[in-house]
Design a protein around this ligand. Structure first.
Ligand SMILES: O=C(O)CCC(=O)C(=O)O
Ligand SMILES: [Fe+2]
Length: 198
């Protein structure tokens, strides 16, 4: 929390315990097999062609009541929210998370996670699910801390990255392999309906 307050981002390895990690992998694979992922959208209205030039990931929005297999993960996210509220006095009300899959060749251009018309995202939280990630696989998260050189973060399995949604510009470099994560946002105000979330 101190680091996040000082530098706008923090990296935490070995984030989930083994039970949570296992259920995350299992659930991810299951939803992929069921074809439940959808092409991502972006904040501004645009044609799908425009969207493809900005981001190429596929997402599955999580819902606590429906996705009961992830109960332990929702509990961990509750803890994250509580800790933020206690230590950083953030008054977070809720969170919204999705599974994200970047097929080989996809990326997400430089952006902020907070944008006009959608100002309630406070903290971005990503946990990567990439087993055996190696040099050359690409797909780094490149963050651009203000006034500093960019930093490339490798999307290693069970690595969590948290950063301020309103100030930290970031991008996903082209992934040469299939890249998986659980990605979401701690919210200042309750989430809109998942199908409206961008
Ligand atoms: O997967 C990542 O490393 C970042 C994803 C991202 O920036 C987003 O979904 O807004
Ligand atoms: Fe982002």
């Amino acid at each position: 929390m101190d680091l996040l307050a000082q530098q706008d981002y923090v990296i935490i390895d070995q984030f989930f315990n083994s039970e949570r990690l296992k259920s995350a992998h299992h659930f991810f694979e299951q939803k992929q097999e069921e074809g439940e992922f959808q092409k991502s959208a972006i904040g501004a209205a645009g044609t799908s062609k425009v969207i493809n030039e900005i981001r190429g990931d596929y997402t599955y929005w999580l819902e606590r009541e429906r996705d009961t297999e992830l109960a332990a993960i929702f509990e961990a996210l509750d803890d994250v929210k509580t800790i933020f509220n206690r230590l950083l006095y953030l008054s977070l009300a809720d969170y919204e998370f999705h599974l994200a899959h970047y097929p080989p060749g996809s990326f997400y251009k430089k952006h902020l996670d907070q944008f006009e018309g959608r100002k309630n995202r406070m903290i971005s939280v990503i946990v990567y699910l990439n087993k055996g990630w190696k040099d050359g696989d690409g797909g780094e998260l490149r963050i651009h801390p203000e006034g500093e050189d960019a930093i490339d973060i490798t999307p290693l399995e069970n690595r969590c990255v948290m950063f301020r949604s309103d100030t930290l510009f970031h991008e996903v470099l082209t992934s040469n392999t299939s890249r998986k994560s659980i990605t979401g946002w701690m919210l200042y105000q309750p989430a809109v309906l998942p199908f409206l979330a961008l």
